[in-house]
Design a protein around this ligand. Structure first.
Ligand code: 2HA
Ligand code: ZN
Length: 271
């Protein structure tokens, strides 16, 4: 067996968590990631024997047999690169969709993130839309959270504030962003509500808490989050001075036409 610390999929995730830590989006044990890994990618690194079985406390038969690399509950993003074996785990969803079998990791007796319902239910919804869906990232980006304190949480209003502030936004997320008002995190209910939003959006913001980005690649999901966060920063810097210049609906239409994403904009959102 090769050393799993050298596996490309593992290094991709630990590089990601280190990056997010340095960006200031994952203080303490904030944030969590889940990443679909194929048996082919794993076969040189693990023997697929089950170390422990962990109850999911919800039902995810759609993911039966799938294996996810998942950050551990209470784990710090800043420590993942150095100690992946305690801070990360590889879990396989059982055939009945009720349990997760630990195949590697959580070596100090840990278990998956408290936000596992949002992650797995999110994968289920996004897989229906995009069969290549692989990653869900949750983190706590400062300016995005700040913007949920000062702005209306209506999804169209919130999305359009981002689109109007910064040219790349409507091109990167023409479907807008989903927004959930505050509710208790780490629950099955927030998983249900978040995954409902993910039917329409690859990006979901939790007011006074953080953001989710999804996609087929780390770059896609991370790119959504960094584009929202960069724009929220621009918006929050400009806001106290009074906002004078924004991109108009006609200009937003020019952008969606030029970049071929017009059909992804929701009916009635542009003029
Ligand atoms: O503790 O970010 O939402 C990790 C979290 C919970
Ligand atoms: Zn969080």
């Amino acid at each position: 067996m090769k050393n799993i610390k050298e596996a490309p999929f593992l290094q991709e995730i630990t590089r990601l968590t280190s990056n997010m830590y340095r960006l200031g989006w994952d203080e303490r044990n904030g944030g969590n990631v889940s990443y679909l890994v194929s048996e082919e990618e794993l076969k040189d690194y693990i023997d697929f024997s089950v170390i422990r079985t962990l109850p999911l406390n919800f039902h995810a038969p759609e993911l039966a047999g799938k294996i996810y690399l998942v950050t551990g509950t209470g784990c710090y993003f800043k420590n993942m690169e150095l100690f992946p074996e305690t801070n990360l785990g590889l879990i396989r969803i059982t055939e009945d969709g009720d349990n997760a079998e630990l195949l590697w990791g959580y070596e100090d007796g840990g278990k998956p993130t408290s936000e596992l319902p949002s992650h797995l239910m999110g994968h289920i919804e996004r897989l229906k839309i995009d069969p290549e869906q692989r990653i869900v990232i949750h983190c706590h980006p400062t300016n995005t959270i700040a913007m949920t304190l000062t702005e209306d949480l209506d999804e169209k209003e919130f999305s359009k504030k981002l689109w109007r502030a910064n040219t790349e936004c409507i091109v990167v997320f023409p479907e807008g962003v989903g927004v959930l008002p505050w509710q208790l995190c780490g629950t099955i209910q927030i998983g249900i509500d978040t995954s409902k939003k993910m039917k329409d959006y690859r990006t979901v913001i939790w007011a006074n808490h953080g953001i989710f980005g999804t996609g087929k690649t780390v770059d896609e999901a991370f790119g959504l989050i960094e584009t929202v966060e960069k724009t929220a920063q621009v918006f929050m810097i400009a806001r106290p001075n009074g906002i004078l210049n924004t991109i108009t609906d006609a200009q937003l239409k020019e952008l969606t036409d030029a970049f071929g994403v017009t059909d992804q904009v929701k009916e009635g959102w542009l003029g």
